[in-house]
Design a protein around this ligand. Structure first.
Ligand code: NDP
Length: 450
């Protein structure tokens, strides 16, 4: 028998790596995990968690705006960026410690530093060499910024979390989760916000009606939403502000330009050339349905495999892999009906297929759609609209898509995801009594297809 230091050496202590390490150790494996930054990965440090704090911060402006109609006299309000930024950072540091304790309690050895794979079963961190039965690559991704003149002047979401000076005017480039979420955050915090997207409508891949309604509402709130718009160059002015020249001719004067044009797997410099591991064109590690790479002793999961870049997906993948390796399991991951939320303002919650994808897959579908003013806004005269959609496969009667745009959409969609996972039909939805008065009850009271 070979003499290994570890049964599993995990590279990357983000959501997927930490969960796999902990579960594997609990199954009795000898596990080490290497990390060269803070524990917790993108989600904890520069993603989901601090982003949500910023969303909460920006939503106060809506509450201040509406409060008068409910009888409150709100004095002058003022936003202090350093307070938010530093309170956020303190909480993230606490979470870094929590992750450290979780690993420690599970008996996982933490190896601080950058790991390089030196062979199919060997890893080097600094001066230390480790022999390991298996390697798991869970190094995640990093913001991608395309090449263009002035690229050096722009920042990504990574930097937004630590900005020294809060911008008064910002241009955000991209049309995915991050661009749309940060547009809402900045606008809510009183920043003059431009959103620049190259396509005809942002959030490609989500339901078209929901995307259109969000675009209309963001524009109605005062975000400068520009579709089919392209950045030609970014120049730094003498006073340190930035000029964004668009191919369409306009020049936007701003204090910061945030690129949210996707993320790329962080596979460079990992030493994968010392193995048979294969990469896609964008640098993602190719794995089979059990997270095996082309090198039998090396596995990969989470953002680095480029499937679905979502924390709960990486965690579920880690649960499956650890059970397969060390608990006699033979599980694959089911990527159907994975719910997700975009914390735009208003937010989107979605599970299953959008209308176009459902029509393509099932042919004969029924679509139920409703759009209405939130009850809370009937006193304030606000213009927000909630939109909900159900997509039903006519042959099986099963609900195959459930989409919402409106407050608490992320919270609401989780329960419907359970129903869909269980194969709920439209008749099951109809037989469910609503919770009144809520927005969510509309999901069980829509009777006439469009
Ligand atoms: P996305 O892949 O979601 O979106 C990237 C956007 O950038 C797309 O609109 C794309 O346009 C555009 N784009 C890509 N390349 C260029 C280019 N060269 N020039 C101009 N525009 C370009 O990436 P994000 O960065 O928004 O987020 C990364 C991932 O992180 C998400 O996919 C998501 O999985 C995850 N995430 C999840 C969140 C959540 O769960 N709430 C929150 C934030 C991130 P096009 O559509 O035309 O290709």
């Amino acid at each position: 028998m070979e003499d290994f230091d570890y049964d599993l050496f995990v590279i990357g202590a983000g959501s997927g790596g930490v969960r796999t390490a902990r579960m594997s150790a609990q199954y009795g494996a000898r596990v080490a995990i290497a990390e060269d930054r803070q524990l917790g990965g993108t989600c904890v440090n520069v993603g989901c968690i601090p982003k949500k704090f910023f969303v909460y911060a920006s939503e106060f402006s809506h509450a201040f705006r509406d409060a008068g109609s409910y009888g409150w006299r709100v004095g002058e309000t003022d936003f202090d960026w350093p307070t938010l930024r530093d309170n956020k950072t303190r909480e993230i540091e606490r979470l870094n410690d929590v992750y450290g304790n979780l690993l420690d309690n599970a008996g996982v050895d933490l190896v601080e530093g950058r790991a390089t794979i030196t062979g199919p079963q060997s890893v080097r961190v600094g001066e230390r060499q480790f022999r390991t039965r298996y390697i798991l690559v869970a190094v995640g991704g990093w913001p991608y910024v395309p090449e263009f003149p002035g690229r050096e002047h722009v920042i990504s979401s990574n930097e937004v979390f630590y900005l020294e000076h809060f911008p008064r005017r910002v241009a955000i480039v991209g049309g995915g989760y991050i661009a749309v979420e940060f547009a809402g955050i900045f606008h809510g915090l009183g920043v003059d916000t431009h959103l620049i997207y190259r396509g005809e409508l942002f959030l490609r891949g989500f339901d078209r009606d929901i995307r259109q309604s969000l675009a209309d509402q963001m524009a109605g709130q005062g975000v400068d939403v520009r579709f089919q718009s392209h950045v030609e160059r970014v120049d730094k002015n003498a006073d340190g502000t930035l000029a964004v020249t668009l191919a369409e001719g306009d020049v936007l004067e701003v204090d910061a330009v945030v690129y949210a044009t996707g993320r790329r797997p962080m596979t460079a410099g990992l030493g994968l050339a010392n193995t048979a591991v294969e990469l896609t064109d964008t640098g993602a590690i190719v794995v089979d349905d059990r997270f095996r790479t082309a090198e039998p002793s090396i596995y990969a999961l989470g953002d680095v495999i480029g499937h679905m870049e979502l924390t709960p997906v990486a965690i579920a993948e880690g649960m499956a892999l650890s059970a397969n390796l060390f608990n006699g399991g033979d599980t694959t991951m089911d990527y159907d009906n994975i719910p997700t939320a975009i914390f735009s303002q208003p937010p989107i919650g979605t599970v299953g297929l959008d209308e176009d994808a459902a029509r393509e897959r099932y042919g004969d579908i029924r679509v139920y759609r409703t759009s209405f003013r939130p009850l809370k806004q009937t006193l304030t005269g606000g213009h927000d609209k909630i939109m909900m959609k159900l997509i039903v496969d006519a042959a099986s009667e099963r609900v195959v898509g459930c989409h919402m745009l409106g407050d608490e959409a992320g919270e609401i969609i989780q329960g419907f995801a359970v129903a869909m996972k269980a194969g709920a039909t439209k008749a099951d939805f109809d037989a469910t009594v609503g919770v009144h008065p809520t927005a969510a009850e509309e999901f069980v009271t829509m009777r006439s297809p469009v």
